[in-house]
Design a protein. Structure first.
Length: 206
């Protein structure tokens, strides 16, 4: 029992010391900003005009105070992504945070943790799309790339064939109509000539 109390006290002291050390986290270096990407490392949809940041090791959801060493401005951001992966840079701000921060490209900064996040992966919440998440329904199999190409080629060939068939039909109709009209006009002309000759004969007899 005494040993349990002794180890329990040691465990509590170690936990309190680690929390105090974590709360005193501070780091100085170079900050940059980014706007590319659709999904952050914790699964959220990336909002380039929002107030967020990327850090290499801090847990997701951690709130960090960033101070610009050039102009003295400060901003509080939430860690929801990983980066930057360039030597010497310690934090990547979103474009919206950069506008408030007044940073032109990169700037020397010092960061300190205000509160630690739970580090959980948010995942697919609501309409947020997560990279690598399958949207296929159960029991539905997608065709392979070659099969999809064959289907596209077949659809295109069907459209071309239908268009060609319509054109041929329209041309045939025009030819038939024109030949019929020519035959009708020739027959009418012959009948008119015969009638005129008959009228002339009658007139000569009378």
């Amino acid at each position: 029992m005494n040993q349990f109390k002794k180890y329990g006290v040691r465990l509590i002291v170690f936990a309190v010391s680690s929390l105090s050390a974590g709360a005193a986290f501070a780091e100085c270096g170079v900050a940059s900003y980014y706007w590319q990407g659709k999904v952050t490392a914790n699964g959220e949809r990336y909002n380039a005009d929002g107030i967020s940041a990327a850090h290499k090791t801090l847990p997701f959801g951690t709130r960090v105070l960033v101070k610009n060493q050039r102009n003295g401005r400060t901003i509080t951001v939430r860690i929801n992504d990983r980066g930057p992966f360039i030597k010497g840079r310690i934090i990547d701000l979103s474009r919206g945070a950069n506008r408030i921060f007044g940073m032109d490209g990169i700037a020397p900064v010092c960061i300190s943790v205000l509160s630690y996040g739970n580090g959980k992966y948010v995942g697919n919440r609501g309409r947020t799309r997560v990279a690598g998440k399958s949207r296929r329904k159960k029991g539905v199999t997608l065709a392979s790339l070659s099969e999809r190409r064959k289907m596209r080629v077949a659809r295109r060939n069907n459209r071309v064939a239908s268009l060609n068939g319509r054109r041929v039909a329209s041309l045939k109709g025009r030819r038939v109509t024109s030949s019929k009209s020519r035959r009708y006009s020739a027959a009418a002309t012959r009948r008119a000539n015969r009638q005129a000759m008959a009228n002339a004969r009658r007139a000569s007899r009378s």
